[in-house]
Design a protein around this ligand. Structure first.
Ligand code: C2E
Ligand code: MG
Ligand code: MG
Length: 573
């Protein structure tokens, strides 16, 4: 810093001679006077750092130590580089004053000017901050988070457990918004933001990423302990009741955690990883947290590939239906078949419906697939030699789409199948979503003559109330009550007996699903089930085997058609 003299003593301007040849006498002194009176701070230094001239504004600034030392540093750089404009290095004096210093090398010195850019800088900061702030909660936004992440990642000396990213998603927030309106939803988000803020350390950054999603960058070398403790605190705190505008609200939070740079050293990727862990926390029942594991990424990749394949499976005709007989215990005859979907994925593997139907539901593909199933099943059944029923499984989202009734009507019309022969199987999840509108659709279907069964009964929550709200034709008792350890205990048998009795008194057929052994058969018969379906009688069969089974069914009315076709059934699942 010694290269420059920071004394405020003004020295007479050295260049006080008029430019050669022209100009009125006294022009130099006029110029000097003008410079002295100028609001902007101006000084001329000799190359060895002595002040040659400075105006009053400059002298005033020079009295401030921060300005003097900042100027000294700049001056040294000016000499070294020959010309430095200081535009990008504004000099702050105290809290709010910022000066823009410009240095221009002259033939025998350096011209220094300084102007007050405090207002511009304050405005720039305001705009900057605004661009990085979520206006609703005052937290940061995605841009802020990404910048902070990038900054952290650029530090190559980062300790492997330097930080964690936590993504938070509120459970049941949508219900608050939908039922109480957006103003209450917004107010709730602000309280949530306060609760999150209250749990953060000094270096932590929190952002609202949109909707009810938040993310935290927790900078703490005590990972994963610090993140685990924060995640647990957040799940607990955000899950406590809220009172917003006089409403008592109960929501919850799920949290996903990824460590950085341990899990990954890419800012965008780490957010994705935390989201994958969050997704896991949600599917584990919400109101909990999960740490990212590499296997989650692999699963997600596999899921993504499956999604791409599933999207083109219909066009590539990779689906088929197999049919499993349903047998009446009184007559020992087949009363109908259940259509079960199979996906023959390119590469040879046959995928079980439980492995792809949930995905198809999630990505909105179940509607076209479900429509294909209904049309094909009706067409197939219309060609059978006996008027047996054809049961088709229908997912919850098919009820939500408003096209279900139209599809059923046109499938019946196209195939010529009598409506009474079509039976739709729904699970309780269908009724749980939006019960009244589903029940309305069920009534419309019933008016067409179509039958409706309650599938997998006993696995949901409020089965009995649903049974009261809609008069199902059939209850299918879930396999878990028929087969296996629990089914064989006293609890299982009591449940099957109770359901069979309930079905009897409500005038509904009760089908025991998944009967595999003679022992199970005699048990469900003794409990009062009216019908059975299971491998004991037949595995699901390809369509070309059905004609024979129906013929056999007619020919031997006293013998149930058990074990006649399961080995060549062709259903590998
Ligand atoms: P679900 O409707 O309860 O169908 C019965 C399932 O149990 C079928 O499995 C059938 O193969 C199997 N099963 C029948 N008897 C036995 C037995 O004795 N032992 C054993 N271990 N299993 C037996 P699948 O075909 O894998 O279908 C699974 C589920 O996928 C179905 O359960 C149904 O919920 C769903 N699904 C199948 N096809 C469709 C469809 O076209 N649309 C929709 N939305 N869902 C379908
Ligand atoms: Mg079913
Ligand atoms: Mg079932």
């Amino acid at each position: 810093m010694s290269a420059i003299e920071t004394s405020p003593v003004p020295i007479e301007l050295a260049m006080n001679t008029a430019p050669s040849g022209s100009g009125p006498v006294g022009q130099a002194s006029l110029a000097e006077e003008a410079l002295r009176r100028l609001n902007r701070a101006v000084a001329v230094y000799s190359r060895d750092g002595a002040v040659q001239f400075s105006n009053g504004a400059f002298d005033a600034l020079l009295r401030q130590p921060a300005f003097a030392s900042g100027l000294a540093a700049l001056f040294e750089r000016t000499l070294a580089l020959h010309s430095v404009r200081s535009e990008d290095t504004p000099l702050s004096l105290g809290e709010r004053r910022v000066y823009q210093i410009e240095t221009v090398p002259l033939s025998h010195g350096v011209l220094v000017t300084a102007s007050d850019v405090s207002a511009e800088m304050a405005e720039r900061k305001r705009v900057n901050d605004e661009a990085r702030t979520d206006p609703l909660t005052g937290l940061g936004n995605r841009l802020l988070l990404r910048e902070q992440l990038a900054e952290l990642m650029s530090d190559l000396t980062l300790h492997p457990s330097a930080a964690a990213v936590l993504t938070i998603d509120l459970d049941r927030f949508k219900a608050v918004n939908d039922t109480l309106g957006h103003p209450v939803g917004d107010a709730l988000l602000r309280v949530v933001a306060d609760r999150i803020r209250s749990q953060l350390g000094r270096g932590d950054v929190v952002a609202r990423l949109g909707g009810d999603e938040f993310a935290i960058l927790q900078v703490d070398p005590q990972q994963p302990k610090a993140a685990e403790s924060l995640a647990a605190r957040l799940v607990d705190l955000l899950g406590r009741s809220y009172i917003v505008d006089g409403n008592l609200l109960n929501i919850g939070a799920s949290v996903g955690v990824a460590l950085l740079p341990g899990d990954c050293a890419d800012g965008d990727q780490i957010l994705k990883y935390a989201d994958l862990a969050l997704y896991r926390a949600k599917s584990a029942g919400r109101g909990t947290y999960r740490f990212f594991e590499m296997a989650m990424d692999e699963e997600m990749q596999a899921r993504h590939t499956m999604e791409i394949d599933l999207r083109r499976a219909l066009a590539l005709r990779e689906f088929s239906l197999v049919y499993q007989p349903q047998v009446n215990l009184d007559t020992s005859r087949i009363t109908g078949f259940e259509a079960l979907l199979r996906w023959h994925r390119a590469g040879g593997a046959t995928v079980a419906p439980s492995d792809f139907i949930p995905l198809a539901e999630e990505i909105g593909l179940i509607n076209p697939i479900g429509e294909w199933v209904i049309r094909n099943a009706c067409r197939e059944a219309a060609g059978w030699s006996e008027p047996l029923t054809i049961a088709v499984n229908v997912s919850a989202s098919q009820f939500a789409s408003a096209t279900l009734i139209g599809t059923v009507v046109s499938a019946l019309a196209e195939s010529g199948l009598a409506p009474e022969r079509l039976e739709l199987e729904i699970t309780e999840s269908v009724l749980m979503d939006d019960t009244q509108s589903v029940i309305d659709i069920l009534h419309s279907l019933r008016q067409l003559g179509v039958r409706v069964s309650m599938d997998d009964f006993g696995t949901g929550y409020s089965s009995l109330s649903y049974l009261r709200r809609f008069p199902f034709d059939k209850i299918k008792i879930d396999q878990s009550f028929i087969r296996g350890h629990e089914a064989e205990g006293p609890g299982g048998s009591a449940i099957v007996q109770a359901i069979a009795a309930l079905g009897r008194s409500l005038g509904m057929t009760t089908t025991a699903e998944g009967v595999e052994t003679e022992q199970q058969l005699s048990r469900v018969a003794a409990y009062g089930c009216t019908d059975v379906q299971g491998f004991l009688f037949s595995r699901p069969l390809p369509p070309d085997k059905i004609a024979d089974v129906i013929l056999n069914n007619r020919a031997q009315p006293s013998e149930p058609p058990r074990k006649t076709n399961d080995t060549q059934g062709g259903d590998s699942l």
